[in-house]
Design a protein around this ligand. Structure first.
Ligand code: AP5
Length: 222
């Protein structure tokens, strides 16, 4: 039988490198990347009522209410591409309630990756982050500079990427992370996220390769 597609969750403090690792993981493993923050920013850009409400919370570095987030993420994961290729869920769940809601829908990850980065690095990563609106790629003025003048000229900054706002986002993260971890402790992989993005990816890559091997064996026994 064909092995079940991978279901991966990735979590970590603001600017710990979730989006950066997701680019590398999807390139190699062809999973569908679903980022709660990106879904919310698309909702804001659409001008919807939910988007307007979400922005009020995001500007304060607080969690957007569950009645907006839970259904939005659930519906994206139920799309055929994510069901067939497997998914890589970034930035969800961020609270005990969000995790228990997903258990009720039977969304159980094979692996829960937690990126660990000391706080003093996070502020610098946030303030130097830039995004390419054309390709969606994530850059950093110092650690991952744009490849050309043309790209550099079009880079944008997120509205919540200031030192003041990242401190609020960090506080929200600390209030919730232990509770979420307690749900996934059996499948958690803690990764040192303070090293270069290639070294961070090497840790994740090795765990995913092992996981796929295990799935292939249990698939062939089924
Ligand atoms: P979200 O968009 O998910 O933001 P976040 O969790 O704060 O994480 P970031 O996107 O800021 O960082 P990242 O970990 O992806 O880091 P990146 O790879 O870009 O959420 C935003 C808001 O939406 C929340 O505050 C909340 O209000 C709301 N929200 C989202 N999900 C929600 C949910 N489930 N429920 C309720 N509300 C929700 O890297 C950062 C920078 O560092 C980049 O410049 C990058 O180039 C650089 N970098 C990355 N890795 C390295 C490395 N190894 N070495 C050096 N530099 C690196």
């Amino acid at each position: 039988a064909k092995p079940e597609p991978l279901k991966i969750m990735i979590s970590g403090a603001p600017a710990s490198g979730k989006g950066t690792q997701c680019e590398l993981i999807t390139k190699k493993y062809d999973l569908v990347h679903v980022a709660a923050g990106d879904l919310l920013r698309a909702e804001i850009a659409s001008g919807s009522e939910n988007g307007k409400r979400a922005k009020e919370y995001m500007e304060k570095g607080q969690l957007v209410p569950n009645e907006i987030v839970v259904v939005m993420v659930k519906e994206r994961l139920l799309q055929p591409d994510a069901q067939e290729n497997g998914w890589l869920l970034d930035g969800y769940p961020r609270s005990l309630l969000q995790a228990t809601a997903f258990m009720e829908f039977d969304f159980q990850p094979d692996l829960f990756i937690l990126l660990e980065v000391p706080e003093e690095l996070l502020v610098e990563r946030v303030v130097g982050r830039r995004l390419d609106p054309v390709t969606g790629r994530i850059y950093h003025l110092r650690y991952s500079p744009p490849e050309s003048e043309e790209i550099a000229a079009r880079l944008t900054q997120r509205f919540d990427d200031t030192e003041e706002k990242v401190k609020l986002r960090l506080r929200t993260h600390h209030q919730n992370v232990e509770a979420v971890l307690s749900i996934y402790k059996d499948v958690t992989l803690k990764v040192d996220g303070s090293v270069s993005k290639e070294e961070v990816f090497a840790q994740i890559d090795s765990a995913l390769t092992k996981l796929l091997d295990r799935k292939a064996i249990s698939g062939s026994l089924a």
